[in-house]
Design a protein around this ligand. Structure first.
Ligand code: COA
Length: 360
């Protein structure tokens, strides 16, 4: 067996298909390219939740109400919780939500990463948290809760594009964790907590912050090839490149690169920053091709995520939380699919330890 289980099919799903050979992502019958051009995050939630919860009409008002409901928990933060890295503080607050399995519980869990992250970021900065506005679309309210001002249309559509792009992605590590917990019938909060804990690692959802560290260290387009070469020679991984499933370019990278270019066109990204990122990407791809010829390594979702979230004003330590704001929809749909299937996930292991001594 391969210890990363890459050859194991562990679930049947109607939710999404990751075609690693052709670089294609399908979410409930819709290709990512089509999904990102016309959808807000609420539309993708409706798509993912269809058949798993009784959906009546638009999810937007109920999600707005759920944001307000979970905001009550923000009052229970204490200095020790605020001092934690945002993803850990958000996880601690999320653990306070009850373990339901109906639509109301699901929407509270969708709302929670957004409401808790924006509140914690403000508390960390010595500012008061801003209460949700239930009447606003989700992405607009997330940005408003963070900054206190109404975002521009370009900012809202960039965040929507990000949340839609990352909403679901086959049986990635965090989604698998969610499904394992759901298979025990533990409830949605438990599944989401397991998933969030898996997402936190740098090999999964923790990469975009380090992408910016890499850009900062490379410093200039001219310096990028030498810096990358020395990082690789020191055994480091180039963040934002490589994927367990994709053997070609991650289609999500282009979906986000498009949004980054729009933001750059509206002045929200310094052209020098974009030029540096493009130079680092080109140099990294060239280097990986030369140094790892046996392993096709291309740009993954995290590379342009880093630029997009930076331009929207999220601090890099909060990037994993923003990933969770989007992926939580997929986790919940997968957890429901698994729980409704009703089968406990319980694989086997091969014992390779010592055997008990047999008495002579
Ligand atoms: N930079 C440099 N080398 C990389 C690499 C990267 N980003 N990703 C993989 N490799 C190399 C490994 O060093 C290994 O080389 P070797 O055979 O010479 O030792 C080879 O490619 C296979 O790596 P492996 O760890 O088996 O691949 P994986 O399928 O487990 O890796 C990732 C998938 C995502 C964990 C990996 O590509 C990675 O660490 N990327 C950087 C982190 C990142 O961007 N994460 C976000 C993922 S969306």
């Amino acid at each position: 067996m391969k210890s990363g289980l890459e050859d194991v099919v562990a679930a049947e799903t109607v939710l999404s298909d990751v075609d690693g050979k052709n670089g294609r992502l399908i979410v409930r019958g819709v290709s990512l390219d089509d999904l990102v051009t016309s959808s807000r995050y609420e539309d993708v939630l409706e798509l993912l939740f269809d058949g798993f919860f009784p959906m009546r009409g638009s999810v937007q008002p109920a999600l707005g109400a759920a944001r307000q409901e979970v905001f009550a928990h923000v009052a229970q933060t204490d200095p020790a919780l605020v001092a934690l890295p945002p993803v850990e503080g958000m996880r601690a607050l999320l653990a306070r939500l009850d373990d339901g399995d109906d639509l109301a519980a699901a929407l509270r869990l969708v709302a929670a990463p957004s409401v808790f992250t924006t509140a914690l970021l403000r508390l960390k900065a010595g500012l008061s948290p801003i209460a949700p506005d239930a009447g606003l679309p989700h992405a607009a309210d997330v940005l408003r809760m963070m900054t206190g001002t109404m975002p521009s249309m370009q900012q809202v559509s960039a965040l929507d594009r990000y949340l839609v792009t990352v909403a679901d992605h086959g049986l990635n590590a965090s989604t698998f964790a969610a499904r394992v917990v759901a298979s025990t019938q533990a409830g949605l909060t438990s599944s989401v907590l397991a998933a969030l804990s898996a997402l936190k690692g740098p090999l999964h959802g923790g990469a975009p912050g380090p992408v910016l560290d890499m850009l900062d260290a490379a410093a200039t387009p001219a310096n990028a090839p030498a810096w990358l070469e020395s990082a690789l020679a020191n055994g480091e991984r180039l963040m934002g490149f490589g994927h367990r499933v994709y053997r070609v370019r991650d289609p999500r990278a282009d979906a986000l690169k498009g949004a980054v270019r729009v933001l750059a066109g509206s002045g929200a990204i310094d052209p020098a920053r974009l030029a540096l990122a493009e130079a680092v990407e080109a140099a990294a791809l060239d280097l990986l091709k030369r140094k790892k010829p046996d392993r096709p390594l291309d740009t993954n979702v995290e590379f342009y995520t880093a630029l997009l979230l930076e331009a929207l004003g999220f601090s890099r330590e909060a990037f994993t939380c923003v990933f969770a704001m989007g992926r939580v929809g997929g986790w919940i749909a997968h957890a429901r699919e698994q729980a409704l299937d009703g089968r406990l996930i319980r694989p086997m292991s091969v014992y390779v330890g010592p055997m008990p001594q047999v008495a002579a």
